[in-house]
Design a protein around this ligand. Structure first.
Ligand code: ATP
Ligand code: MG
Length: 249
């Protein structure tokens, strides 16, 4: 099962979700590969990878196999990135297609789950992720601007489904950075339920300082602060994710 974590809006918890869903899956004895498809390299950094010799861009350009660039942290296999990736996107159009990642992943075997952390854009890289994936998780903050952006994401997914990847399914929308005290939050949830033909996960990820601290220690929050609300929220989400994947497969 290949899942992209996407949202074209910046700072909506994509990387935090990819890291901690991966970590939670590993706790549940799943074999997991995570791909850092964001030239910012936040996911690689979050898991303490500062070795910039390895990059997914080499696999996209068919210079190296994915298995040659994997780095392991906390039991998670990671395909890191570096600045080359943004050059690839800006580079010669003839070399760049939406099928590069799908092609690179064809030879990858032995994983229960492959998670792809996408950049905050609906660019060629995100299209590569959507083309290679079976499912999509969309982390959003429950505010008005995020909801505005949701329409654009849905349109993009629809376009991908009608051309590049007919089998793509939306696993769900994951509310992140949730502040339970806000009345607006439940109103926005109702709005999403009524206006978008896609499920909201029941699990929510609350705002918690430990989630923000963990990346500077190069650890998932599940390892860094196992008893924190963030760790609990991501473990709970992981169970719901697994149930959803069963239904969708
Ligand atoms: N539950 C949380 N509680 C507190 N802070 C959080 C939480 N989740 C994420 N953060 C922090 O919010 C910021 C944005 O999160 P993250 O990097 O995961 O978002 P992103 O969508 O990947 O961003 P980008 O669009 O730049 O890739 C980070 O500093 C992160 O540590
Ligand atoms: Mg990110």
């Amino acid at each position: 099962m290949i899942t992209s974590v996407i949202n074209q809006k910046g700072g909506t918890g994509k990387t935090t979700t990819a890291v901690n869903l991966a970590s939670a899956l590993v706790q549940k004895k799943k074999k997991v590969l995570v791909i850092d498809l964001d030239p910012q390299g936040n996911l690689s950094y979050s898991l303490g990878i500062n070795d910039f010799d390895h990059s997914i861009s080499d696999s996209l350009l068919q210079k190296k196999k994915i298995s040659e660039i994997i780095v392991e942290r906390e039991g998670i296999d990671i395909v890191p990135t570096n600045q080359q990736l943004s050059k690839l996107e800006l580079g010669s159009r003839s070399k760049v297609s939406e099928f590069m990642l799908k092609e690179a992943l064809k030879k990858v075997r032995g994983y229960d789950f492959i998670l792809i952390d996408c950049p905050p854009s609906l660019s060629t890289l995100t299209l590569n992720a959507l083309t290679a994936s079976n499912t999509v998780v969309i982390p959003i903050q429950l505010d008005v601007f995020s909801i505005q952006g949701l329409e654009q994401i849905m349109d993009t997914i629809q376009e991908v489904k009608s051309s590049l990847n007919k089998k793509l399914k939306i696993a769900g929308i994951l509310p992140v950075l949730v502040d339970g005290r806000k009345k607006l939050t439940s109103e926005i949830k109702d709005y999403v339920r009524h206006n978008f033909d896609v499920g909201l996960f029941k699990s929510e990820i609350r705002t918690n300082v430990k989630a923000a601290e963990a990346p500077s220690f190069g650890e998932s929050v599940i390892k860094y602060a196992p008893s924190s609300n963030s760790a609990k929220d991501y473990l709970k989400f992981c169970s719901e994710y697994l149930r959803t994947m069963k239904k969708l497969s």
